[in-house]
Design a protein around this ligand. Sequence first.
Ligand code: PGA
Ligand code: MG
Length: 221
Amino acid sequence: MSATIMFDLDGTLVDSLPDITAAANAMLRDTGVSPLPQDTIKQFVGNGLPKLVERMMFHCDLPMDRHAELSELTLTHYNAASSDKTVVYPGVAEALEQLRQMGCVLGVCTNKPKAPADHVLKSMGLTHHFDATLGGDSLATRKPDPAHLEASFRAVAAIGPRLFVGDSEVDAETAERAQVPFLLFTEGYRKSPVSELYHTRNFADWHEVPALVSELLGELG
Ligand SMILES: O=C(O)COP(=O)(O)O
Ligand SMILES: [Mg+2]
């Protein structure tokens, strides 16, 4: 059965936190501030790069009138090394291949800026699976605004039932507001217990995803 499946990127398809942390800490270094632990940066990921920088600046007590400048600086550092330490979660490539063989149309809806999102997908050898990628700076709005997810489905010319796969509070809220069934990957960057997040199914192992999708599409009729 054909369906359209949209995927989040950071913490869902790839573990990009080490490169995000490196860029964020390079910005702090340039600003004369000590680096933050990766676990702290992890709490700040999910709403896009400008929000990550805002949360870091608040944490480090930096004046917010430097927000635009420090966001730009972080993006420059990130664009210079967005895939050095990033890895694809085990089973992702196989699952995407199988889903396409099942006739599914696939796309990416990420809050990561479009340029590094495209670069990461290319470096990880995943680009060919997706009909379109909308980044956090592709529209005037981004997740959790459901308009970002809806525009992503339009961008891939969605057919049949729709599903969204993501890892975070932001993704769960987006799916709920868009009224799209949501598969929650539990091993990403979420902060809340699984039971507190809107989801239709959850999974910890990407190898399970094609069967989970088949089962869900069967239920959706
Ligand atoms: O860039 C972020 O903050 C999160 O990106 P994601 O939407 O791919 O998880
Ligand atoms: Mg994510």
